[in-house]
Design a protein around this ligand. Structure first.
Ligand code: DC
Length: 220
């Protein structure tokens, strides 16, 4: 099996680029952020305070997360319910960032993530795929872009979905999430030593996808 790890900060275009590259190359795309989002959503629905890591760890045994692929699209099933849409809100993003700093949450999701790479050729996106989840991945890419361009893209993405968000609020959320994700003790966001860094600030989506598929083809 071939595995490709794509890590990087929120809003660098990882999921769109990884999904499209996977389609082009015939790989399965796995979005690992969705798993952290599902745990955050469960806490919110359950009234669990996400800042209390002991409480969060206590409720983990009651969580069953499955990923199913329908027409190449990943759906997240939380305790039997499809939550693929609900995990995409801004609140769910922030909650996911908080629960993802809890070591017990990370170890809870580790084997699940590894199991995907055992059964299919995958492009897996996240924050610690190349460093922790798949340290032996065949290709490791660290995808990044300036906070301003990420905030700009995110604001436009939300607008396209009918949600008007203030650019400055989005930018400050991105900066806060970057800080949380890269300063946690367990599996902080950082490029793997053997990763190829791709900065998409000046690239269009099409150019970014081409850069990524070229890197993958070259390495295989
Ligand atoms: O990629 P995303 O925005 O859907 O991720 C949601 C949160 O989950 C993000 O704040 C960081 C965290 N995350 C992580 O810690 N490790 C991963 N492999 C994927 C996501």
């Amino acid at each position: 099996m071939v595995s490709v790890a794509i890590d990087g900060p929120a809003g660098a275009g990882k999921s769109t680029i990884a999904r499209r590259a996977a389609k082009e190359l015939g790989f399965t795309y796995v979005d690992t952020g969705a798993l952290y989002r599902a745990i955050g959503l469960f806490c919110t629905d359950n009234g669990t305070d996400v800042s209390d890591s002991e409480e969060v760890v206590k409720i983990l045994p009651g969580i069953d997360i499955r990923i199913v692929f329908t027409d190449g699209e990943q759906r997240v099933i939380l305790n039997g319910k499809d939550v693929s849409k609900e995990i995409r809100t801004e609140k769910a993003s922030m909650t996911a960032s908080i629960v993802s700093a809890i070591p017990g949450v990370r170890s809870f999701l580790l084997e699940l993530q590894r199991s995907f790479a055992k059964s299919a050729n995958v492009i897996m996106d996240g924050r610690d795929i190349g460093t922790v989840v798949l340290p032996d991945a065949d290709v490791k890419i660290f995808l990044t872009a300036s906070p301003e361009s990420r905030a700009d893209r995110r604001t436009k993405q939300l607008a396209a979905k009918g949600t008007i968000a203030d650019y400055n609020d989005v930018l400050s959320d991105i900066i806060k999430r970057d800080y949380n994700d890269s300063h946690r003790d367990t599996a902080p966001l950082k490029p793997a030593e053997d990763s190829i860094i791709v900065d998409t600030t000046e690239l269009t989506l099409r150019q970014s996808i081409k850069r990524i598929t070229d890197i993958i083809r070259d390495k295989l």
